[in-house]
Ligand binder design. Structure first.
Ligand SMILES: C[C@H](O)[C@@H](O)CC(=O)C(=O)O
Ligand SMILES: [Mg+2]
Length: 445
C-alpha cells in the first residue's frame, strides 16, 4: 500500500578518497574519488519510512549534480507518492521535460544523473512501503503496471508499448522457477577489483590469486594507456587464470576507432571476451566499425556505463554496434529508463551485462539484473554482472556475494541507504575524513 505526501527532499555530496589507493583507476580516469549525490526523501506518512537514492560521480563535479537535484526538487516535494507511482510515466516525463531544465540535458549529463538520484529514492521508498526488495516489487508487478513506468517517447521505432507488453507477458511464464533459481544460486558476477590500471603487477597478482581462491572465474582488466603494459598485464592475468576462465578488457574510451581495432588485435592472443568502451561513448557508428572488425577474432564490443539515455541504446542496438549491453543504475533515468533498455535488449537479443562498482552501483544494479533474468530475458547465457569490492561497508544493506554470484537482496527497498555515520564522515568537504585530508594537504576543496 503506497501512501504519504512527499514533505522533504535533501541531498548531500558524499565522497570517498579512493584515488589515494588508485582504486577505480583506468586509462582516462587516473584519480577517481568514488562519490555520490545522495538524496533522502521524506513523507508525512505514519510509517516514517524514508526513500534513499543516489547517483555515482568521481569527486569534482558532485556539487554540480547536487545543485541539479535541488533544481528538480520543486517537482517532487508536495507530491503524493501514490499519484507518482500509479502514473510513473508521467512523473518521469515531468522530471525530464521541465521547460527550462531540459535545455541543459535533455535526458543526459548532469540533469539526468540528478533525475536518476531522485527517482532511485522514489523507487526505494515505494519498495520499502510494499515491504519488498526492489527486484521482487518489479517481479510481482503486472506487465501493464511495468509498461506504465516507461516513457516510450523516441523509442517506438525500435520497441512499441505493445511489443514491451508481449515480452513481459512471455516473461511471466515459469517466472517462479527462475525466481527459485536466483534465490538458490544468485546472479553470476565478474570481478574488476584485481586489475585497476594504477595497480602494480605485484598487487594485481596478489588480488588475482585471492580472487581465484574465492571462486571467481571471470576477470576484467583495464587497458588502453600503453600497449606494452597491456600485453604484460594481460599475459600475467591470463597465465594466472588459465585458458578456461573469462577475461574482459576495458579501455574507458581511450582510442580512436582505427587505433582501437589495431590495439585490440595485439591483445587478441589473450582471448578476451569483450573490449569495453573502446572509443567515445557517443560514437555509435565507430562502435559498429570496431564490432565488425573484431568479430572474426571472437571479441565483442561492450558499452553503456556512459551511455546517457535509452535513445543512445536504441541506436547502438539498431546499428549492431555492441554485443554486450552494459546498463548503469545511476546513469540512465533510474529504474524507469532502465526498464526500457532491458526490454529493447531482449527484443534485439543482446545480453545485458551491467556496469557496477563505483559507490553503490553493485547494490542497486543487482535488483535490475535479477529482475531481468526472472521476468525479461529468462536467460543467463553470455550474461554476468560486474562486481567491484569497494565501499560496501558504508551501506546498511550491502550486497551478498556467494560463489562469485549476487545473492538476491531480502531487505525491503533498493539497497540504497548508506550508514548515517558514513555520510557524516565522508560528506565533502565538512566530513572529518576530508577535513583531515585537507589538513594533511592530500586533498583540496
Ligand atoms: C572510473 C571508474 O572506476 C571506471 O573505471 C569504472 C569502469 O569502467 C568499470 O567498472 O567498468
Ligand atoms: Mg567500464
Amino acid at each position: 500500500m503506497v501512501k504519504g505526501k512527499i514533505t522533504g527532499l535533501s541531498v548531500k555530496d558524499v565522497r570517498f578518497p579512493t584515488s589515494l589507493g588508485h582504486h577505480g583507476s583506468d586509462a582516462m580516469h587516473t584519480d577517481p574519488d568514488y562519490s555520490a549525490a545522495y538524496v533522502v526523501i521524506e513523507t508525512d506518512a505514519e510509517d516514517a519510512l524514508k526513500g534513499y537514492g543516489l547517483t555515482f560521480t568521481l569527486g569534482k563535479g558532485t556539487e554540480i549534480v547536487v545543485c541539479a537535484v535541488k533544481a528538480l526538487s520543486h517537482l517532487v516535494v508536495g507530491r503524493n507518492l501514490e499519484d507518482i507511482v500509479t502514473n510513473f510515466r508521467d512523473f518521469y516525463r515531468q522530471l525530464t521535460s521541465d521547460g527550462q531544465l531540459r535545455w541543459i540535458g535533455p535526458e543526459k549529463g548532469v540533469v539526468q544523473l540528478a533525475t536518476s538520484a531522485v527517482l532511485n529514492a522514489v523507487w526505494d521508498l515505494w519498495a520499502k512501503q510494499e515491504g519488498k526488495p526492489l527486484w521482487k516489487l518489479l517481479v510481482d508487478m503486472t506487465p501493464e503496471q511495468l509498461v506504465c513506468c516507461i516513457d516510450f517517447r523516441y523509442i517506438t521505432d525500435a520497441l512499441t508499448e505493445a511489443q514491451a507488453l508481449e515480452i513481459l507477458r512471455n516473461g511471466k511464464q515459469r517466472q517462479e522457477t527462475r525466481e527459485e533459481h536466483m534465490l538458490k544460486n544468485g546472479y553470476p558476477a565478474y570481478t574488476t577489483s584485481c586489475a585497476w590500471l594504477g595497480y602494480s603487477d605485484k598487487q594485481l597478482q596478489k588480488l588475482c590469486a585471492e580472487a581465484l581462491k574465492e571462486g571467481w572465474t571471470r576477470f576484467k582488466v583495464k587497458v588502453g594507456a600503453d600497449l606494452q603494459d597491456d600485453i604484460r598485464r594481460c599475459k600475467l592475468i591470463r597465465d594466472m587464470i588459465g585458458p578456461d576462465n573469462k577475461l574482459m578488457l576495458d579501455a574507458n574510451q581511450r582510442w580512436d576507432v582505427n587505433e582501437a581495432i589495431s590495439w585490440v588485435k595485439e591483445l587478441a592472443l589473450f582471448k578476451p571476451l569483450w573490449i569495453e568502451e573502446p572509443t567515445s561513448p557517443d560514437d555509435i557508428l565507430g562502435h559498429g566499425t570496431i564490432s565488425k572488425a573484431l568479430a572474426p577474432l571472437g571479441i565483442g564490443v561492450a558499452t553503456g556505463e556512459q551511455c546517457h539515455n535509452r535513445v543512445m541504446f536504441k541506436q547502438f542496438l539498431q546499428a549492431h554496434a555492441l554485443q554486450y549491453l552494459q546498463i548503469d543504475s545511476c546513469r540512465l533515468g533510474s529504474v524507469n529508463e532502465n526498464l526500457s533498455v532491458l526490454l529493447m535488449a531482449r527484443k534485439f537479443n543482446i545480453p545485458v551485462c551491467p556496469h557496477a562498482g563505483g559507490v553503490g552501483l553493485c547494490e542497486l544494479v543487482q535488483h535490475l539484473i535479477i529482475f531481468d533474468y526472472i521476468s525479461v530475458s529468462g536467460s543467463l547465457e553470455n550474461r554476468m554482472c560486474e562486481y567491484v569490492d569497494h565501499l560496501h561497508e558504508h551501506f546498511k544493506h550491502p550486497v551478498t556475494i556467494r560463489n562469485a554470484a549476487y545473492m538476491p537482496p531480502t531487505d525491503p527497498g533498493y539497497s540504497t541507504e548508506m550508514k548515517e555515520e558514513s555520510v557524516l564522515l565522508y560528506q565533502f568537504p565538512s566530513g572529518a575524513i576530508w577535513q583531515q585530508l585537507i589538513h594533511e594537504k592530500k586533498a583540496e576543496i
